[in-house]
Design a protein around this ligand. Sequence first.
Ligand code: ZN
Length: 308
Amino acid sequence: MVEIRSRTRSAPKEEEGRPIANPTLLKTGAQAEAARTAEAQRQESMRTKRNQPWRVWVPFSGEEEKRTVEFIMLDNSSADCPVFYEHALPDPNNDGKLTLHEVCIKEVEHCPLCEKYGDSYYVQMFSVITLLKKPIVTKDGRTISHSKRLLPVKFPQQEWFKNMSQDTFAGNMRGAHIVTIREESQRSPAIGTPQLCIDEDQKVVQYTEDQLVEGFSHPDILNQQGNVVRKANSDLYPYNYAELFPTPAAEDLRRRFGGVVPAGSSAEVKQAWSNGDSGTATIQRRAAPAADTSKDDYLGDLDDEIPF
Ligand SMILES: [Zn+2]
């Protein structure tokens, strides 16, 4: 009896003095649903981030040297490099910055992301090797002086790359050495303004295959568990764009980002079936690609140190 009374008396004191939990963290009903959606987006963004290589991005402030990046083209021709519409979305894992990228499906069907976040932009993807100004030493003692990346070129600059590929390099731009400098403006192109690198004899610089091998070949790269996360010499070749940028299903985008099924669409009919009583209809879902940790993982925790 004494024990029970004691417990009864002490309970209110404990609640007043030291809340057991912040009530805003314990969500129910609609709040819980919203929180679940946010968590699903966060997990999806982590998966996407693991799947996506780093992209070339040039800072827009500081001395010119800080606003300069050099890279080597890996694709043979700009004609090999895909163009498509893309969304840059707030990334819950990166303070809401627009670093979460999704393919826009508006060319083939109603795009839930256009509806929720506004229009997408037209982009062409290239594969490059960026030359780091300051080599990075990894935890296991390797020195990294370059990094294979995606180069996202938006519409106004695509003509420059096409001309460079077709005219300057006669359809084979692989190995071309590009220097890009960004203007001191947040609205300037995020990859800077590209120029061809010129040697002392006023000739454009293009690495030969031998020079590419000499500069950028590498053995299998293993993770801490000893699994190959990057096959030998994969830095020498362009990304597999079809693998990196599969066309998402509208239903998949709606599930992850929200949005309503457009009236009269086949998806609406399917949804009506799946909500009906028959219990037999199912919505076809594209299987999500398995998380692939092979790309750039070894640079992941070092990215803040990369000087651009
Ligand atoms: Zn869209």
